[in-house]
Design a protein around this ligand. Structure first.
Ligand SMILES: Nc1nc2c(c(=O)[nH]1)N[C@H]1C(S)=C(S)[C@@H](COP(=O)(O)O)O[C@H]1N2
Ligand SMILES: [Mo]
Length: 418
């Protein structure tokens, strides 16, 4: 039985009857009204498929449901491992990632947290330590922003060569949601932070107890304690009931299942900022506290493992910058020799995915497709050679080189590095 057949079996079971054909319905309606069928289509000219279950006009539709599901047959899904899952950007439209397809990165699984018992402790260099319930937090004046979250390990395997087969594999560790919460500055003002405090430690209540130190002046600008995603409570995978969101910063700093903020004078030097989340440079030194996700873009369609046909192709993709706004996106069809501006779809929001489009007539010849993002700070997304010249190839994080997709004469699209 296909999914469709199963659904129909369920719906006719529910109705306890064979579906009512249009002919039966018309006949009974006409006789009930006691009128002749003037103006109605004569039954004799209706199609003679009395029991056609594939014709949705011949069977009553499904009744409303308390919580929706997507259409049967829609199959876009995250690609999962034990530690992360990847967003299928090749299948998505616009800029919002459906919550059910938001990428996940968990260092020790998704905890089950009772929101009624959850507390956020604020302590250290404060005059008034606080233990706040979710009720307390949702009473503060709120803020809503549409923002990307990108794991700094997004595209990380590409340091070693063209590894991901699809855009889901190369760029799936990023997603965009509309997030709602309370500004960190508002909550910290309640605790009355001492003047000597310069860093804040954020800790999650998962089995990894993920912990990061954040420079206070920076996060006071626009970080917020987030409890809602795309109009409803956060998904468990995204940190329910409370997570930190820091616009434009590496995903790791957006501590999920947030339970503790400690104010101090210096970074706390946790594992996640000493051994992990540092960038090994060619001279053997390691960059530390590289928070901002630099400008980047990728063509999501056509992309790796897709096959195209000659004729009109709308090149579609996403661009973003942790520094601010996407100013320009350019597309190259000749391996980066020449660049032409893509059409940018509004709204263009700071630290948010921005959708771009570029109309293209493919003549069936080998082509390299690339996009590059220029942000409003003037930063230009680097070619791979330039990125590697500056950073070497021993980093795991912050890979933001231009992505190249090769279209072969047979229409097959593959990941290449040029
Ligand atoms: N408590 C906690 N917070 C966490 C993590 C975690 O494992 N535990 N993973 C971090 C990492 S590495 C990333 S990239 C983002 C991922 O957010 P998402 O799963 O909502 O996409 O959450 C961050 N916050
Ligand atoms: Mo991450």
């Amino acid at each position: 039985m296909s999914q469709y057949d199963e659904e129909k079996a369920v719906s006719s079971e529910r109705d306890g009857e064979k579906p009512v054909g249009r002919r039966t319905w018309l006949a009974s309606a006409v006789s009930a009204m006691g009128v002749t069928a003037v103006g109605l289509i004569a039954p004799s000219i209706l199609p003679a498929v009395e029991q056609d279950h594939t014709d949705p006009t011949r069977v009553p539709g499904r009744i409303p449901s308390p919580y929706g599901t997507r259409a049967l047959g829609e199959t876009a899904q995250r690609l999962t491992t034990a530690t992360h899952s990847l967003t299928p950007h090749q299948s998505l439209h616009g800029i919002i990632t459906p919550s059910a397809l938001h990428f996940e990165r968990h260092h020790n699984g998704v905890p089950a947290i009772d929101p009624n018992r959850h507390r956020l402790l604020i302590h250290g260099l404060v005059d008034r330590p606080l233990s706040l319930s979710m009720h307390d937090l949702t009473r503060f004046p709120s803020v809503t922003r549409t923002l990307f979250i990108e794991c700094s390990g997004n595209s990380g395997k590409e340091w070693k060569g063209p590894t991901g087969k699809t855009v889901q594999e190369t760029h799936g560790l990023m997603s965009t949601s509309e997030w709602t919460g309370v500004p960190l500055a508002t909550v910290l003002a309640e605790a009355n932070v001492k003047p000597e405090a310069a860093w804040v430690l954020a800790e999650g209540s998962d089995a990894a107890a993920m912990t990061r130190s954040l420079p206070l002046a920076e996060v006071l600008k626009d970080a917020f304690l987030c409890y809602a995603q795309n109009g409803e409570a956060l998904r468990p995978e995204q940190g329910y009931p409370l997570r930190l969101v820091i616009p434009g910063w590496e995903g790791n700093t957006c501590i999920k299942w947030l339970r503790r903020l400690k104010l101090g004078t210096a970074p706390f030097m946790t594992r996640e900022e000493t051994s992990r989340y540092t960038d090994l440079m060619p001279d053997g030194t390691a960059r530390q506290f590289t928070f901002v996700m630099e400008a980047k873009s990728v063509i999501t369609s056509p992309s790796g493992s897709q096959r195209i046909e000659p004729g009109f192709i709308e090149i579609r993709g996403l661009a973003w910058s942790g520094r601010g706004l996407v100013k320009t996106v350019e597309v190259s069809l000749d391996g980066g020799r020449t660049w032409r501006p893509a059409h940018i779809q509004g709204p263009v929001l700071p630290q948010c995915h921005t959708r771009f489009r570029f109309g293209w007539q493919w003549n069936g010849e080998d082509t390299i497709l690339q996009s590059r993002c220029i942000d409003d700070s003037g930063y230009v997304q680097p070619a791979r050679a330039a990125l590697v010249a500056a950073r070497g190839v021993h980093s795991s994080y912050h890979y933001n080189a231009i992505q190249s997709w090769k279209v072969a004469a047979d229409g097959e699209v593959t990941n290449v590095q040029i």
